[in-house]
Design a protein around this ligand. Structure first.
Ligand code: NAP
Length: 244
């Protein structure tokens, strides 16, 4: 069945692949972005060129007013959001001793406050639909920790606890709440770490290579589908065996 899907941070990287995947699966997709309007419109064009339906929607997902007006825009245009993918995320890496308050706050606001704001906004429509899928992007850093990422790992670990709690709250209403925890995936976020780190990480991955955005999108496609109707409160690690 065709649903309305919102992918936060759908303009680039993993979010772009998720938007394309959900559109290919027959859903109407709202492609959220903060600053990259041209990239978000490229994603919409790619979806439309393949016969799908999509719309770019701008909002800083850490901002409560912006999230409220984004949901208004999506509901006016497509109807209630049935599939929410909380994908938008940033890093501001530093060792804890050097990590300033701004780096802490920015990461918590973009990666975690956004999940609370968007999930709460989507929930009202999902209760009416009597169906819903909330899928949030954590990270292997949120499970195992990573030096230089105390802020990021804290935000990503919190998403897991948040999702388990909300899964218990709304399970009886036919709404599932799950998490995907990627390992090291080739995107702009990891490009900036440089090829030396990428090669070093690839050697620690059981499958011997970095992941592709489409491989994360496939996990999201599954969790959004009817095949995952009896899966909730779970964290699906998609890391090629990095954290084994
Ligand atoms: P990316 O290439 O840096 O793209 C980030 C996306 O998030 C962009 O579309 C960006 O939109 C959007 N975004 C950032 N701040 C936003 C805000 N305040 N409001 C709305 N959108 C915002 O990142 P990625 O590698 O695809 O990562 C996607 C998700 O997967 C993140 O949650 C990340 O933490 C997680 N993850 C990634 C990896 C990896 O190896 N790449 C591993 C584990 C987890 P604009 O361009 O408009 O700013």
């Amino acid at each position: 069945m065709s649903r309305v899907a919102l992918v936060t941070g759908g303009s680039r990287g993993i979010g772009r692949a998720i938007a394309l995947r959900l559109a290919a699966d027959g859903h109407q997709v709202a492609v959220n972005y903060a600053a990259s309007a041209a990239s978000a419109h490229d994603v919409v064009e790619a979806i439309v060129a393949r016969g799908g339906t999509a719309r770019a929607v701008q909002a800083d997902v850490g901002d409560a007013d912006a999230v409220a007006s984004m949901f208004g825009e999506i509901e006016d245009h497509f109807g209630r959001v049935g599939i929410l993918v909380n994908n938008a995320g940033i890093t501001r890496d530093d060792l804890l001793l050097r990590m300033g308050v701004d780096a802490w706050d920015e990461v918590i606001e973009t990666n975690l406050r956004s999940v609370y704001l968007c999930s709460r906004a989507a929930m009202r429509g999902m209760l009416r639909l009597k169906w819903g899928r909330i899928i949030s992007m954590s990270s292997i850093s949120g499970i195992s920790g990573n030096p230089g990422q105390a802020n990021y790992a804290a935000s990503k670990a919190a998403i897991i606890g948040f999702s388990k709690s909300v899964a218990r709250e709304v399970g009886s209403r036919n709404i599932t709440v799950n998490v995907v925890a990627p390992g090291f995936i080739e995107t702009d976020m990891t490009d900036k770490l440089g090829s030396e780190i990428a090669e070093e990480v690839a050697q620690r991955v059981a499958l011997g290579r970095l992941g592709r955005p489409e491989e994360i999108a496939a996990a999201v496609g599954y969790l959004a589908s009817d095949d995952a109707a009896y899966v909730t409160g779970q964290t699906l690690v998609v890391d090629g065996g990095l954290a084994l």
